[in-house]
Design a protein around this ligand. Structure first.
Ligand code: AHR
Length: 489
């Protein structure tokens, strides 16, 4: 359960079938209707060459004095293993469409530099490239999700990257990989055909991108037994035209297995230049963050409806490969680095988003919060030798129980959380059953001021024992975890 401050959650014990429920909050679960698995990939993460995500986040200088294994931070690997990170998306984001992978292989001293034009104009020295990313995924025991360059790369370049990653044939790319020290193929399954092609990935129209997708995808081949799961660059927010355009044509639909969806939650949506502070916010801004986080439910519903028309068997996954809260940068930090702190507000909105993804797991097959370290809504922050586990980290830790578990559908009756004349339902939840038959319920109370009692009923179950409960909360709505201080959340 994720609880804002002042809330104590009462687990009304579940005596099923006969209880008379007088309380206003009631969640009914339907184990008999369960059929869909919550893919663990919904709990995925995103790492871009942006600010201090890769450099300073994962990757440190040889002589930094920060404990590392082959320049990858040990503390970061240990923390991400604690939340069983299932996949990691890389190298972007906007960066993906200006990344030329061949610049990031071979001896480090021979790798050319480039300018990271999207993110602060800093020099990218390409010291972290394909082999380093694959090694990181191996250390994290997670699946790589590689995003290819459609915007400024060639079809050949993308095709050769896939060959380099996945081929065990005798071929120029296989030989090159071997020369660079890797005998067997990497077996990459998830491969993105561009990123935000309607924006930083090339400013294309939906119609133009759908042709480009067909061309690029045609040359991303399967090697050996590995089968690519190609992710088309999809819409953001309510761009339903994009979804319709990619879905409506039979031949286009053969070109991808997943359709990406991006949505960032902001407290202020009038302009991107003012989103509000990450740490110093009003109850009105708390409310806006929650009500805007809930919009992802509408977006998923409506994109799914379009997809259902053309793909009723739900073969194509909706891949929410960028989501999370986007606040103003921390004062005094590089505007191009998108560094923000993370409070109880972020934990609560992450929880409600994950509950929404769980409840849509028939269509949502992967999601990647943006971004894993030091950028936007991170689970970890680093500063020199120090590491902070943010409130959002603890949500991912709590929700681990849902990985690959069976979704138990629910219907929720909730009181309203009202602020400044605006209202949303206060109570949100999801539930799953694991392989050992244990049920895990996560419940989120969006109201920062009022504790709520919630009755839970499991239809058709005679008896149930509650064995354990955990609450994520704090004394203040902007409580946070900071360097060198005791954790507040
Ligand atoms: O996550 C930051 C940026 O947001 C990504 O690079 C881009 O895809 C999106 O607009």
């Amino acid at each position: 359960m994720i609880q804002p401050m002042k809330t104590t959650l009462f687990f009304a014990l579940l005596l099923i079938g006969q209880a008379v429920y007088t309380q206003e909050n009631k969640i009914t679960f339907y184990p008999d209707s369960a059929k869909d698995i919550i893919s663990r990939h919904i709990y995925g993460h995103f790492s871009e060459h942006l600010g201090r995500c890769i450099y300073g986040g994962f990757w440190v200088d040889k002589d930094s004095g920060i404990p590392n294994t082959g320049r990858i931070r040990n503390d970061v690997v240990a923390a991400l293993k604690e939340i069983a990170i299932p996949n990691l998306r890389w190298p972007g984001g906007c960066f993906a469409d200006e990344y030329h992978w061949m610049n990031g292989i071979g001896p480090e001293e021979d790798r050319p530099s480039m300018i990271n034009t999207n993110w602060g104009g800093v020099t990218e020295d390409n010291s972290f490239g394909t082999h380093e990313f694959m090694r990181l995924c191996q250390m994290l025991d997670c699946e790589p999700v590689v995003c290819g360059n459609v915007g400024s790369g060639t079809v050949r370049e993308m095709s050769e990257w896939v060959e380099y990653l996945n081929s065990d044939n005798i071929s120029p790319m296989t030989n090159l990989r071997k020369e660079n020290g890797r005998e067997e193929s990497f077996g990459v399954r998830y491969f993105g055909i561009g990123n935000e092609s309607w924006g930083c990935g090339g400013n294309m129209t939906a119609e133009y991108y759908s042709d480009v997708l067909r061309r690029y995808s045609s040359f991303c081949k399967n090697y050996g037994k590995n089968r690519l799961y190609k992710i088309a660059s999809g819409p953001s927010d309510s761009n339903y035209h994009w979804t319709e355009t990619l879905m409506k044509d039979w031949q286009t639909r053969q070109m991808f297995q997943g359709l990406s969806l991006h949505y960032y939650t902001r407290a202020h949506t009038e302009s991107w230049s003012y989103k509000g502070s990450a740490t110093d916010f009003t109850t009105g801004e708390w409310f806006s963050t929650m009500s805007n986080a809930l919009r992802i439910d509408t977006f998923i519903n409506r994109h799914s409806k379009i997809m259902d028309r053309y793909d009723p068997g739900k073969e194509i996954g909706l891949i929410v490969d960028e989501w999370g809260n986007w606040h103003d940068i921390e004062p005094g930090t590089n505007p191009g680095f998108l560094f923000q702190q993370n409070t109880l507000r972020d934990a609560v909105s992450a929880a409600v988003s994950l509950d929404i993804f769980n409840n849509h797991c028939d269509r949502v097959k992967m999601a990647n919060i943006a971004q894993v370290i030091n950028v936007l809504q991170s689970v970890l922050l680093t500063r020199d030798n120090d590491l902070v586990k943010t409130p959002t980290f603890y949500v991912f830790k709590m929700y681990k129980v849902h990985h690959d578990a069976l979704l138990i559908p629910n219907s929720t009756q909730s009181v309203n959380y009202t602020e400044g004349g605006r209202s949303v339902a206060a109570v949100h939840s999801s539930c799953s059953r694991d392989d050992d038959g244990r049920y895990h319920i996560t419940i989120t109370n969006l109201d920062p001021d009022n504790a709520l009692d919630v009755d839970c009923e499991f239809k058709g179950l005679k008896k149930m024992n509650v064995t354990k409960g955990e609450i994520i909360t704090a004394g203040q709505m902007n409580a946070l975890n900071d360097f060198g201080k005791e954790e507040e959340v």
